[in-house]
Design a protein around this ligand. Structure first.
Ligand SMILES: [Fe+2]
Length: 243
C-alpha cells in the first residue's frame, strides 16, 4: 500500500461546490479540512447534493462510524476490524454517488483509510477478467429490499462510462467465471491500493461508483462521521480507458 499525505488530495472547500464536484468528476477522491462540527458537516454535505438516509444513520443523515462491537456481516463498519475494500450500498439499484467521511477522533493505532481507484483497475485488467467482471447478471448483491443482479463493472450514463459496485462478504455472490477471475481482480486492486490517515477536523469525499474504500483495523476510540449523498450533478461512474 502506498501511503500519502492528506495534502495530495486536498481541495479548498471554501471555493464552493462547483469546484469540489469538478475535482471529484476528474479524480473521484478529495480530502478537506476546515469543518468544526457535525452541523457544519451536514450543511456542507447539502451543498453537494441530497443526503441519503441509511439504516445506521440518524435523523440528520449522519452515521457515527465507531467501534460499537456490532455483530455480523454488514455491521463490520461498527467494529474496530479491518474493512475489506468495497463500494457502499452495493445491494441497491442506485447507490449514493458520494461518501463523506469526517474524522472526529482518530485511532491510537491503525484505522487508516484505504482506497483503490476502480478506473485504474479497469484499465489494467486483462480482457478475460474484464469480460467476466462486466458480464450482466454475473454478480448478486444483497442488502437492499430485494437482491440486485448486476456486475462489478456496469455500463452507466453514456458511451464508454462504467460504474463500479463491489463487496466481498456474505452479501456479495459471484458467477463461477467471476470467482475464477477474482485473483486477477485482487492483484490489480492491491497493486493500486493507497491509504492515508484522517486527522480530527479533516475528511475525505469519495465517488462511490468509481473508487473502492475500506480501512485498516484499529485500537482506540476512533470516531468518524459518515454522510452518503445523491449528487445529481456528478457524472456517473468513470470513463473507461480502452487498452
Ligand atoms: Fe463503506
Amino acid at each position: 500500500m502506498e501511503l500519502y499525505d492528506l495534502d495530495r488530495f486536498h481541495v479548498n472547500i471554501g471555493r464552493g461546490p462547483a469546484v469540489i464536484l469538478a475535482r471529484l468528476a476528474d479524480h473521484g477522491l478529495v480530502t478537506f479540512n476546515g469543518l468544526a462540527s457535525r452541523q457544519e458537516l451536514v450543511e456542507f454535505a447539502r451543498t453537494l447534493g441530497t443526503i441519503y438516509q441509511h439504516r445506521d444513520s440518524q435523523g440528520d443523515g449522519v452515521t457515527v462510524v465507531a467501534d460499537q462491537a456490532a455483530q455480523g456481516d454488514g455491521y463490520l463498519g461498527l467494529t474496530n476490524s479491518a474493512l475489506t475494500l468495497h463500494t457502499d450500498r452495493s445491494g441497491v439499484a442506485a447507490p449514493p454517488g458520494l461518501i463523506i467521511l469526517y474524522c472526529e477522533h482518530k485511532a491510537e493505532d491503525g484505522g487508516l483509510s484505504t482506497f483503490t481507484d476502480g478506473a485504474r483497475v479497469h484499465a489494467t485488467l486483462d480482457g478475460q477478467t474484464l469480460d467476466a467482471l462486466q458480464r450482466a447478471h454475473s454478480a448478486i448483491f444483497f442488502g437492499g429490499d430485494e437482491p440486485y443482479r448486476g456486475a462489478v463493472f456496469e455500463p452507466v450514463g453514456g458511451p464508454g462510462r462504467v460504474a463500479l459496485r463491489f463487496r466481498y462478504d456474505s452479501y456479495g455472490y459471484f458467477a463461477p467465471d467471476v470467482v475464477e477471475a477474482l485473483p486477477h481482480w485482487w492483484e490489480a486492486v492491491n497493486a493500486h491500493l493507497i491509504g492515508f490517515r484522517l486527522n480530527p477536523g479533516s475528511g475525505y469525499i469519495v465517488q462511490n461508483d468509481r473508487w473502492l474504500h475500506g480501512r485498516t483495523a484499529f485500537v482506540g476510540s476512533r470516531s468518524m462521521l459518515r454522510v452518503l449523498i445523491d449528487a445529481p450533478e456528478m457524472p456517473k461512474g468513470f470513463r473507461a480507458i480502452s487498452a
